[in-house]
Each structure stands twice: as C-alpha cells, then as structure tokens.
Ligand binder design. Structure first.
Ligand SMILES: Nc1ncnc2c1ncn2[C@@H]1O[C@H](COP(=O)(O)OP(=O)(O)OP(=O)(O)O)[C@@H](O)[C@H]1O
Ligand SMILES: [Mg+2]
Length: 324
C-alpha cells in the first residue's frame, strides 16, 4: 500500500444472490484514494456505484456479499472483517451519507439529540460534551446553534442535509462517502451544499468519495473521477482528463447526454439502449452492444482491461486504445 493512499480497492467483486441467480453488481473494481483527495463516481443508474460504496463500509443487504478482492483502508483489509470489527470503523474512520438520506432523520426526535445519540454510540463522551460537539458541528455546517433542539420538520431541506452532513462528521472520520448528497435539493440549495462540501474539505482535509449522476458536481468538488458501467470502472483519471479529454465511448456518451455541464443542473438524458443484464453479462466489452465506436469482433469477444493511456494515471478500458 502506498503511503499517500488512505484507501486502495483491489479487484473488488460484490455480488447479490437473487432467485434467478447471481447479480454481478460490482465485478472487478480497483481504484486508489489519496489522503485529502476527492474521488467522484459517475455512471447510469444500476451500474454499481452505491454497491461499491456499501462494500467499503460493509453495509450490504442480506443477499449481498463480497465475493473477492481487497479493501485496504490505512493498510488494513476491511473485506474479511466481521460486523463487530466493522462497528469500530464506521463513523470513527469512515462514514457515509446515504442515497436518499435527506429524509433519514427521525421525525419525532430533536435533530441535536439524534446527533448526540450517534456520537455517544460511538465514543465514550458524556451528554454535555456531546452537546458541545453538536454545537461546534452546527457552526461548521452553518446551521444556527439555536436550532439544536428543533425537530426535523422545522428544518428546510437544505438544513436537513447540512444536519446529515454534520452527523457524518460527528466522530471525525478520515473518509466520507457521499452517495448523491445533493440530489432532491433545488438548484440554489445544491449550490450551497456544494460550497459547504468544498469548505469542509479545505478545513478538515478529508478524503472523500462522491457518487452522483451530475457531472457538474464532479467538476466542482472532485479531483479525480471514475466512470462506472455495468459493475466495472471503464475510465478513471483527473477530472480535467476524464471530462475534457475522455477516451471511453461510454464517457463520451455520458458527457454528451449532459450538455449543460457548467450551466443548469439536469439529470443525465438517456443514452440509447440499456446496460447489460448483470445476471449474465456478455463475454466481451460490456458496452459493445451500445457503442458507436465499436471496432469489430474483438469488442464482442474480449473484455478490455483498464490500462493507463497517458497523463496523470488516466486509465481506460477500451480496445480502441489497447494498441497504444
Ligand atoms: N439488494 C440487492 N439485490 C439484488 N440486486 C441488487 C441489490 N442491490 C443492488 N442490486 C443490483 O446491483 C446493481 C447495482 O446497483 P447499485 O444500486 O449499486 O447501482 P447505482 O449505480 O448506485 O445506481 P443508482 O444511480 O440508481 O443509484 C443493479 O443491477 C441493482 O439492481
Ligand atoms: Mg446508487
């Protein structure tokens, strides 16, 4: 494990057992995250972004399991750890803002108390100390400390999301994973949350993984970005390289389906065709059936490997670039 890296994921395979067979939701994903770095994940719905994140904190649903691979966090492999061993890592080392978490606050409990409870569940601090910490956290995420004793319904959507972020920060994790942290917020509020995330990154030097459909968020808060398709990373590199000098035809489609990258935020317009069935994925390149740059038979027969093609660790999995 390289010293600058906080996280190294190596050939991770996470599958789900269903009645019809095995869903290969994440199928050979590898990436690294440096201390203080922010890595984005993009890709269409169902490509395995959330499953990758849930694998890292080991919160997969009952039918999900890590088939193989390593999740090196600070040098320690999390993949084989038991639920008990993971309990000390979650919140304290890694925390996650879950997809759809905006509505995750308990409606009948004061917001401050919910965060106090979370802190005391994970650290041996008394009630007074925990409350002081909540006040500091509220200041950090720009919520009026007078609102510690308010209920979630007294909070606006943006404030609820700030409270969720405060909760994720409560035990000083060194890695935060945000799964669609701004989805469902209106445009103005999204912009404020993005500013907050950037501000927190500077102040706390956190390492972050940000999952989103929104390429403009990637360009605003991430240093590097991984493009996922059908359970695999098909392109990864600096935001500059991947967005402005993309190499994978899927990345190209994704970017072109999102015309307003620096303007209005929109959901990704659909790319013609559908991703392959992860119960029985095709043998060759998983994007071949939808690809406008298919070079021939090789694309259907052989799965291209993720290979470095140039600047600053820019990697792509596509036969078009294999010869280089
Ligand atoms: N509990 C589960 N049981 C069976 N299949 C699952 C389960 N959870 C996810 N999957 C499947 O795994 C694949 C990856 O899903 P995942 O939620 O990771 O995608 P995603 O990239 O986060 O999508 P979205 O952008 O919609 O959030 C999908 O095919 C999904 O249907
Ligand atoms: Mg998801």
């Amino acid at each position: 494990m390289e010293r600058d890296n906080i996280l190294e994921v190596k050939d991770l395979k996470t599958y789900f057992k269903i009645r019809e067979g095995i869903v290969k939701a994440v199928d050979g994903v590898s990436f690294e995250l440096k201390h203080g770095e922010s890595l984005g994940f993009v890709g269409e719905s169902g490509c395995g972004k959330t499953t990758t994140a849930l694998s890292i904190i080991k919160l997969l649903s009952e039918n999900g399991y890590i088939e193989s691979g390593k999740i090196l966090f600070g040098g320690e492999d999390l993949a084989p750890l038991s639920e008990n061993e993971m309990l000390s890592k979650r919140w304290n080392d890694i925390s996650m803002i879950f997809q759809g978490s905006m509505n995750a606050l308990n409606p009948v409990m004061k917001v401050g108390d919910q965060i106090i409870e979370a802190i005391r569940l994970h650290e041996p601090v008394d009630a007074k100390e925990a409350r002081e910490r909540v006040e500091r956290l509220f200041k950090l995420v720009n919520i009026d400390t007078g609102l510690v004793d308010s209920y979630p319904h007294e909070f606006s959507g943006g404030m609820r999301q700030r409270a969720i972020i405060a909760m994720a920060l409560a035990c000083n994790p060194s890695l935060i994973i945000g799964d669609e942290p701004t989805t469902a917020l209106d445009v103005m509020v999204q912009a404020q949350i993005i500013d907050l995330i950037n501000d927190l990154r500077q102040k706390l030097n956190m390492s972050m993984i940000i999952i989103t459909h929104d390429l403009s968020i990637i360009s605003e808060v991430c240093d590097r970005v991984a493009v996922m398709y059908a359970g695999k990373i098909v392109e990864i590199g600096t935001v500059e390289e991947v967005i402005f000098n993309y190499k994978h035809p899927y990345t190209e489609k994704l970017i072109k389906a999102f015309p307003n990258i620096f303007g209005e935020r929109e959901m990704v317009a659909s790319i013609p065709g559908v991703p392959p069935n992860l119960l029985d994925p095709p043998k060759g390149c998983l994007f071949a059936a939808r690809c406008h740059k298919k070079i021939g038979d090789i694309c259907d027969r052989i799965q291209p490997e993720l290979k470095e093609i140039g600047a600053e660790g820019h990697m792509v999995a596509c036969h078009l670039w294999e010869a280089n």
